[in-house]
Each structure stands twice: as structure tokens, then as C-alpha cells.
Design a protein. Structure first.
Length: 350
């Protein structure tokens, strides 16, 4: 388990940094932490693909522009052949992983995912980084299983790790307002705890700027840090800003600014002293802001994002090639390193 750094930042101190600290000063503090954890000045990224297997979802979250009502006929469910074709395209582009995520469909149980994962494992040399905690809980309910039983069966079928989606802000007040039918805080953390106990690494995320307050953002960070103290299973933390376009929260919403994003990113790096990697969300912030984030504590630029549909549905669309990411990282004075999902080196660009 990672050892916390002496002089750990308190919740009150973190809140003060979010609300009052000079942006460049908190950025410098975050960069100092980043240099201590990653003194080699390497910036990593992964070549993978999001495969959104269905947009049918019973959750109906108010912040989501992607989902379709089950039974409406307006959505889709990918066939296994369609999934396989996307994997083959990913491998042809040098990809090492897929991230399968989708809606909470009333028609899919654990057997569907077991068959798909087992077929993928048999056919392709690719890591399956898939299924957020809300999906896992939904699959367990659909299948009459416990969460640990569900995770064990999925792992045995080929699931390699879990993304941290569905976290939004880990405060039940916020969740009740923006996603009242989705799992609560304890259930989200419980899936991650169970996954870590089974040897599955996961990431942790935060989507902020909907109806949350700075104090609630700090509460989210505390819950991640506490679970990491317990299990050591989080490989990275990935915050991004809420995009309101085409959602039920669009009217009157004041979007977070780039300054808000950089401040939250920097405070996260200082506060989460036990999480090894901090990922900049260039997909939601844009490539230039992703580059700036490398001076505010981030050491990872996430995925080249061969395909992405959920954020795109909310009106945010960015794409990038490996060469573009390497140039961006080099221009920031860092060495670009392609990694796999578990942060093992695949290729260096010295």
C-alpha cells in the first residue's frame, strides 16, 4: 500500500486552497508533488478505445446527454461482431486496451458480459478495462448476485481492471440532485473496495461543476484518499468539468472555467498524496489546457481516445493522434511515454 507523505493536507487546508489560494502558487505546490512522485519528467498516455456498447439506460441522470429510454427504439446495442471490429481497428492503431462502458440496460445480465469478455480474451491480445461501479451494481442486480460474485465472474471471464466512472461527486446530496436513480456513495466505494480485494486495479474520477460546492469537492477527495489508504488499488485520479449542453441541467448553468479546472487539478495532486498518477482530461478541456495541466500536477494525458461518445453527446469533442500527443508533451519539456492501462511502459519517445 502506498505510504502517505508526511504533513498530509487537511480538508480545511484543501478547501482554503480551492477558494482563496493564488492559482500559480497552488500550481507550483502541485508541481512540486509531481516532481517528487515522478522525478524523471515523463508524461504518459495510453492508446485505447472507448466502446459504448449500448446507450439504453434506466438511470436517466439529469447530467447525461447520451442515454436513451429503454424500449424507445431510439438507441442501440452493439453486436459482438461490431465490438470485435472496433477492437481490430484499435489493435491496428497500436492500441493496448479497450474501455467498454454503457447504459444500465434492463436486457443485459452477467452472462452477456461473460460471453463477450471471454470471446475477446480468446480472440485478441488486448486489456479489458471496463464497467464502472454503477454498471457492476446493475449487472449484479440483474443477475441475482452479490457485487463480489459478479466481479469475480467478470474477472475470470477476462475483465482486467475497472474505470472510475459514475463517481460524479461522491456526496449523496449532489447525487440525489443530478442522478437520483444511480447508486449512492457507499455503493460506489464498495464496488471499488471489492474490486481491489480481488486484485483488480481501478481508477478514480470526479465530474465537478454541476451543482457541487468546493466543500463537497474536498469531501470527494477525502473519500478517495481514505479508500486508497485502505486498499492501495487506485492507479490514477482523473477530474473533469461537467458539460451541460443537451442535458436537463443546461438552462441557467454557469460552467466551470479553465481556472476552476486547474485549481481543482492542483489541489487534487497535493491532497491525494497516496494516488500515484494524476491524469489531465484533455478530452473535456482541450489539448492546450491539457498541456498547461502538466505544470499543475498532472503526469498523464490519458488516452488518445480513438472513439468517445458520452462527452461528445454533451457538445464537447476533441481528438488527437499519437504524434500530436508526443509533440505536445515534448513542447512542455517532458519525455512522452506510451503506457498500458496498468501504467507499464510500452514505448518511449526520447
Amino acid at each position: 500500500m502506498p505510504e502517505p507523505v508526511a504533513g498530509r493536507l487537511s480538508d480545511a487546508e484543501a478547501l482554503d486552497l480551492l477558494e482563496h489560494a493564488d492559482l500559480l502558487e497552488v500550481g507550483a505546490a502541485a508541481d512540486e508533488v509531481r516532481r517528487r512522485l515522478h522525478p524523471e519528467r515523463e508524461v504518459t498516455f495510453v492508446v485505447d478505445r472507448n466502446i459504448n456498447y449500448t446507450d439504453y439506460c434506466v438511470s436517466g441522470c439529469r447530467f447525461c446527454a447520451f442515454y436513451k429510454e429503454p424500449g424507445s427504439g431510439a438507441g442501440y446495442l452493439l453486436t459482438r461482431d461490431e465490438i470485435f471490429r472496433k477492437i481490430e481497428e484499435t489493435l491496428a492503431l497500436g492500441g493496448t486496451a479497450i474501455m467498454m462502458q454503457g447504459g444500465l440496460s434492463p436486457d443485459l445480465d452477467v452472462c452477456w458480459f461473460e460471453r463477450v469478455f471471454a470471446d475477446i480474451r480468446e480472440r485478441y491480445p488486448i486489456h479489458i478495462h471496463s464497467l464502472s461501479p454503477p454498471e457492476v451494481v446493475h449487472i449484479a442486480r440483474q443477475s441475482g448476485l452479490t457485487v463480489p460474485e459478479t466481479l469475480r465472474r467478470l474477472r475470470d471471464a477476462g475483465l482486467g481492471s475497472l474505470p472510475g466512472g459514475g463517481a460524479e461527486v461522491l456526496v449523496d446530496r449532489v447525487r440525489h440532485e443530478i442522478s437520483p436513480h444511480k447508486i449512492g456513495v457507499d455503493a460506489w466505494l464498495g464496488v471499488m473496495r471489492d474490486a481491489h480485494a480481488l486484485g483488480l486495479k481501478t481508477t478514480a474520477t470526479m465530474m465537478f461543476g454541476s451543482v457541487d460546492t468546493p466543500a463537497e469537492r474536498v469531501e470527494h477527495l477525502r473519500r478517495i484518499r481514505d479508500l486508497q489508504d485502505e486498499t492501495g488499488g487506485f492507479t490514477a485520479f482523473i477530474p473533469w468539468t461537467f458539460a451541460a449542453t443537451n442535458t436537463a441541467l443546461e438552462d441557467g448553468h454557469l460552467p466551470p472555467t479553465g481556472v476552476d479546472y486547474l485549481r481543482l487539478l492542483a489541489v487534487s495532486r497535493v491532497y491525494l498524496d497516496n494516488v500515484p498518477n494524476l491524469q489531465a482530461s484533455w478530452v473535456t478541456q482541450g489539448l492546450r489546457m491539457g498541456q498547461v495541466a502538466l505544470a499543475f500536477g498532472a503526469n498523464d494525458l490519458g488516452s488518445t481516445m480513438i472513439e468517445e461518445n458520452v462527452v461528445r453527446a454533451a457538445g464537447v469533442s476533441h481528438s488527437v493522434t499519437v504524434d500530436e500527443l508526443v509533440r505536445l508533451i515534448s513542447a512542455a519539456g517532458c519525455t512522452a511515454v506510451q503506457r498500458d492501462t496498468l501504467y507499464r511502459e510500452v514505448r518511449r519517445f526520447d
